[in-house]
Design a protein around this ligand. Structure first.
Ligand SMILES: [Zn+2]
Length: 93
């Protein structure tokens, strides 16, 4: 049997479950049916979603990232707001 290169092998054997990343176009095998991004882009998209939510929050407070006049957000509060793990939020900040 002839050796197959990696891309051809992916195309032939994983055709049914391989997906194309909507950001970079790379083929990847999704962990779930809802996956739209390759693992590399998924991390970036997750972080920029957190950042966007924080920007929206800060708009309500004159551009400051605070719950009210005196209380700044903590990583735990941001995790609750964005429904992410606290470790993810801490890495994103
Ligand atoms: Zn990608």
């Amino acid at each position: 049997m002839l050796p197959l290169d990696k891309e051809l092998e992916t195309a032939l054997f994983h055709r049914l479950d391989a997906k194309k990343c909507v950001v970079c176009g790379a083929l990847f095998t999704p962990g779930s049916n809802r996956a739209k991004y390759c693992p590399e882009c998924a991390g970036r998209v997750l972080y920029s979603n957190i950042l966007l939510k924080l920007y929206l929050k800060s708009l309500k407070n004159g551009g400051r990232l605070q719950l009210d006049e005196d209380i700044p957000y903590t990583a735990q509060m941001i995790a609750t707001i964005t429904r992410q793990q606290i470790g993810t939020v801490e890495r994103a900040l």
